[in-house]
Write a protein that binds this ligand. Sequence first.
Ligand code: IPE
Ligand code: IPE
Ligand code: MG
Length: 234
Amino acid sequence: MDRVPAHVGLILDGNGRWANQRGLPRTAGHLAGEEALFDTVEGALELGIKWVTAYTFSTENWSRSDEEVEFLMWFNEDLLLRRRDDLHKQGVRMVFAGDMDDPRIPGRNRKHMAEAAEKTRDNTELTLVFAFNYGSRREIVDAARKLASGDPEAITEETLSAAMYVPDMPDVDLVIRSSGEHRLSNFLLWQSAYAEFYFPGILWPDFDRHALVDAVVEYQSRERRFGSAEDQVD
Ligand code: IPE
Ligand code: IPE
Ligand code: MG
């Protein structure tokens, strides 16, 4: 396929509604969302997409019930342990972006994230970033703090980008948010400055590699101008 996006951002939304519609607890929706995510990652590998960032827990998600937060902490760790060998075999590099120093993240979870990142660090087929305890505003504030002790003249768009959680992360080409919500919810604000947006109405557990292909086909029909006039774009 020609002109595939280099970096796709996924805002996995609608798990709770999916479960509610079936009379199930919200956590059942998160469980069902796992298959959707990994089918989509396989689709990305098939399409030759090199970067996928999946928003799995936001800095605002701590405001959910203790029960749901506890479940999401456990689930994110469990999923990692069950999926990492498979992902490694498929040449996927696993990266974790977020405020990992937050004491509310269980220590075991933090350790397993670090191990998965270390194990897969040299893989080159695809980089899968888990945006976990991620908030874009906090990321930008942290990056600004890192640079603040140096020379203000040395702060450029490039040095600020390199001070983000994942220094080599390229700009996002395509953001997909499922469930019909049309907002970023603090996801990759800096990196999505010129992204295309795609909002499938389906709930996240119903998303899969075919839905990803639909999104990429739609992306290919968009004309990205980056500020230039229409007749300058080929
Ligand atoms: C997205 O689904 C998963 C996470 C935020 C962890 P939601 O849990 O937000 O599902 P809805 O939006 O309530 O349906
Ligand atoms: C965004 O979804 C966060 C994740 C997908 C992890 P939310 O469901 O938390 O976002 P809002 O509250 O609808 O904006
Ligand atoms: Mg939601």
